[in-house]
Write a protein that binds this ligand. Sequence first.
Ligand code: ATP
Ligand code: MG
Length: 424
Amino acid sequence: MAKIQAIRGMNDLLPQQSPVWQYFENHVKKVLSLYGYNEIRMPVVEKTELFKRSIGEVTDIVEKEMYTFDDRNGDSLTLRPEGTACCVRAAEQHGLLYNQTQKLWYAGPMFRYERPQKGRYRQFHQIGVECFGFKGPDIDAELIMMTARLWKNLGLMDYVCLEINTLGLPEERLAFKNELVRYLVQFESELDEDSKRRLTSNPLRILDSKNLRTQEILDGAPKLSDFLQEESRGDFENLLSLLDFAEIPYKVNTRLVRGLDYYSKTVFEWVTDALGAQGTVCAGGRYDGLVAQMGGKSTPGVGFAMGVERLVLMLEELSLIPSEVHQQVDVYVVAAGEGTLQKAFKLSEELRDAGGYKVLQNTGGGSFKSQMKKADKSGAKIALILGEQEVQDNTVVIKPLFGDAKQVSIQHIDLINELNNFLQ
Ligand code: ATP
Ligand code: MG
């Protein structure tokens, strides 16, 4: 019978890779806690309507990327393609937005039907942050500073670049959109196919086009910045000066519009050229209209999401993972001979009690030689060896598995002290 394989674009995370993910996730959690953010966990499946209403009907996600199916009772459900809509739904449903502010984060899988390639999968993982009840732009600056701290801690700062823009208020954007369309229709036949379609469905996304001729045409187009009124302009200038003050370099990219409908004012992306085409590792922005658009009381919101696979890939490709990350075991306990197993268990538990030691005790039996082979393969720094003689004499042999140090036989009672010398 043919063996069943995983679904294309949905990956297993294998044991040799998971330490790197844990390393990354631990760094993120550490930084989030330094800024006082709280975790929220939402379901992976939501009503389809939630995403249609929040993300927008004429976006890539809703038009062609969602995993949508009917529940057994006929309700249309969707595997979440992103977390913001779910987070707003949950916060609103549980009264977290009523007369209070929130700084929240979540982590987990997202699902989009895309063409799988390096850095782009159908099940991928995001760590996202959403803040509610803050008008900004101070909180916008805090979010960016928090991500910058993470890149610094991970050694990534030299390889990422912050692109930032403001989309203004909805009425400013509408005025701009009308002028943009008026300008672009003159060149309609020269635009790329996607942009032609977007001319009527979602003209702002044309600014995103990678097509060279379309880009050239856009050079002469009206600029959104010319349509901004005092408030939007002032907020953006304040944000940039906070970033200057924090010494975070950025590039204002007036063509950065982001894929989703719900953004207003600040949008930003951290991009890298270390990954080829899939260069955006973290993206976000302000969405002051979203909560009201979803039926709640008008509440400002701002957030970002980072792509875990892309950041892990970066850490791997740039060799930024400390070797200890792969060190899953300190000590391998070998027990060969009559009566040695009980003693081995006792000794392993003692080491774990003493705190800090990662102990892999041989299980499944085997000769002394085969156990030593397993010890070598385990990556442990030392083997502790118990034979019949050792059990009788209350001793244990410490055998270093790396370097030139000689093996020693010591009294059981001295073990912890001696181990510390070996594991420095
Ligand atoms: P892209 O332009 O690369 O399609 P996006 O604008 O659709 O990205 P967002 O919805 O802003 O992405 O999601 C935030 C982050 O999640 C992205 O910057 C990226 O790092 C990651 N991401 C998005 N889609 C995928 C995917 N299919 N596979 C892996 N990571 C993804
Ligand atoms: Mg996308």
